[in-house]
Design a protein around this ligand. Structure first.
Ligand code: NAP
Length: 302
């Protein structure tokens, strides 16, 4: 493949927005995506806080973004970026299968992945009751009792969605205050089939072939009890996956990419955007904003 002006690693909202801004600045753009375009947002059942769009599903949003990118001439290849380097004055991105792509600049927009609880048998029970995506797997639990674990926007959104299709939803959270949106919390409090299990941790996954119950431990009293559930939706946050880029970008102690206001990393020509970078607010709006800033900074520097 011929060299491009801009390679964007990751086709989530940050990467796709960066592509739109790069293309509209007259640059050639290649997106390299490891899984599916849209990133984590495709797992969000209903987006209610993107300015100008009162309601849109994450999947529809991602589809529209992708079509916007391709309508401007953006290209996307599938692959896992394993290293970023430099050769003959160009940036190189090498994928896990050894393919090397070159460009004048690179934007790292790799997002973040789901944090596992770290319990025994958690991995074995994925697809057998344990899930990290309510939108993808919720329908398998129609009219059943499930639990959602977490207290952020993902957990609240998942619990709301599941309450509309499941018989009962336990919302288990390690504190009694939620970091997710107050608006969603108010809606959840009105759901008669949602039971809050607060100040509690999921401490054991129970079931042979598939999950049949979870053990929760009350942090204040130390009491343990079992909740009979067919499904556990784990929504306890995200972890970054940036170690492949440590040679070109400084990472903070949690592994997020450190960048300046213009999304520049320590290496000239290497930028970053979205949830993969050090920041306090990780929202669709801030991912899109980063994408615009990074692509404009990269385009101007060419
Ligand atoms: P998050 O905001 O980081 O929340 C993670 C939740 O899991 C927190 O309530 C946290 O508890 C809990 N938690 C973390 N580690 C835990 C552990 N080891 N055991 C038990 N509980 C644990 O993650 P998120 O909800 O996945 O959201 C990620 C980012 O995407 C956030 O910035 C969020 O705002 C954004 N997002 C936005 C939307 C939207 O705007 N529509 C939708 C989804 C996600 P504590 O509260 O006690 O720390």
């Amino acid at each position: 493949m011929e060299s491009k002006d801009l390679i964007i690693v990751g086709a989530g909202p940050a990467g796709l927005t960066a592509a739109i801004y790069g293309l509209r600045a007259g640059k050639s753009v290649l997106l390299i995506e490891a899984k599916a375009y849209g990133g984590q947002i495709i797992n969000t059942p209903d987006i209610e806080n993107y300015p100008g769009l009162a309601h849109v599903s994450g999947f529809e949003f991602a589809q529209a973004l992708y079509e916007q990118v391709t309508s401007f001439g953006g290209e996307l290849v599938y692959g896992t970026a394993a290293a970023v380097g430099e050769e003959s004055g160009l940036k190189t991105v090498t994928t896990a299968d050894g393919t090397v792509y070159t460009a004048k600049a690179v934007i790292l927009a790799t997002g973040a992945k789901n944090r596992p609880i770290g319990l025994e048998r958690e991995e074995e029970l994925i697809g057998r009751g344990v899930s990290y995506c309510a939108t993808c797997d919720g329908m398998f639990f129609r009219k059943k009792t499930v639990a959602v674990y977490g207290g952020g926007n993902t957990a609240l959104g998942d619990a709301l969605f599941l309450s509309s299709i499941c018989e009962k939803v336990y919302l288990i959270h390690r504190r009694d205050a939620f970091r997710g949106s107050a608006a969603d919390l108010e809606k959840l409090k009105k759901c008669t089939n949602v039971e809050f299990v607060l100040n509690s941790n999921v401490t054991k996954l129970i079931g042979e072939e598939k999950l049949t119950a979870v053990e929760v431990t009350d942090k204040l009293s130390g009491k343990r009890r079992e909740l009979e559930v067919a499904g556990l939706f784990v929504a306890i946050g995200q972890i970054p996956d940036n170690t492949a880029f440590a040679a070109v970008a400084d990472l903070d102690k949690s592994g997020y990419i450190i960048a300046d206001e213009d999304c520049r990393t320590k290496t000239p020509g290497v930028y970053t955007a979205g949830d993969c970078r050090t920041k306090t607010v990780r929202q669709l709006t801030t991912a899109a904003a980063d994408g615009a800033v990074a692509a404009l900074a990269a385009s101007e520097a060419m």
